[in-house]
Design a protein around this ligand. Sequence first.
Ligand code: FPP
Length: 233
Amino acid sequence: MSASHIPHHVAIIMDGNGRWAKSRLRPRTEGHRQGVEALNRVVEAAARAGIERLTVFAFSSENWRRPAAEVSMLMKLFAQALRRWCEPLAEAGVRLRVIGDRTAFSDTVREAIAENEAATAGGTKMELVIAANYGGRWDCSQAASECAAAGLEMTPENIGRFMSVPDVDLLIRTGGECRISNFLLWQSAYAEIYFTDALWPDFGEDDLKEALRWYEGRERRFGRTSEQLRNGG
Ligand code: FPP
């Protein structure tokens, strides 16, 4: 695949952990554990493919509604993964950043985030963005507030500057559902959206490559016509 066809920014809704576990008569928590392993594989594969930024939906602002035991397990897993990944990410040149409202997290989670962000700050190969306690509407409203606080007129360009991440080129959702679930609403305005039935713990490098091949075949018109694109306009 030529470098010009590699999406700069790929975002993933990692769905299907619970179903993966259920189909094996295992607890949902095992599905999430395997989900972390899948994320590990995909981060390595994305960096190898030359993707500049990978944003993944780890915990939505709506996920607090899940059973308390599952929420607490997800938080534990999140903190553990952040600590475990400090060294390998730093070595691979991957810079980690967490987006979302951090105020609801425990000190342990906040410390793990800060440790990882500091350890990987020098990475230039790829940025891994973890959306945690994140919601697309929250992002729009925080960006609008920041824009107002900076005394700027509320134009799309100005608001866009304060969004947590830039526009998405390719949005992937695993697990068979076809919705955006309050993920990167603003940033997905012109994203190519790829839905796959694969459950997240089963997703790997081959699946990512298939999504990239599909993306390569899309014509990104951004409101223009095919003829305009062919004529370089
Ligand atoms: C959706 O599966 C997945 C989540 C709500 C959490 C995503 C989390 C991970 C992949 C692992 C944690 C990541 C980090 C960085 C710690 P689901 O439970 O909704 O699956 P289901 O639709 O089959 O029930």
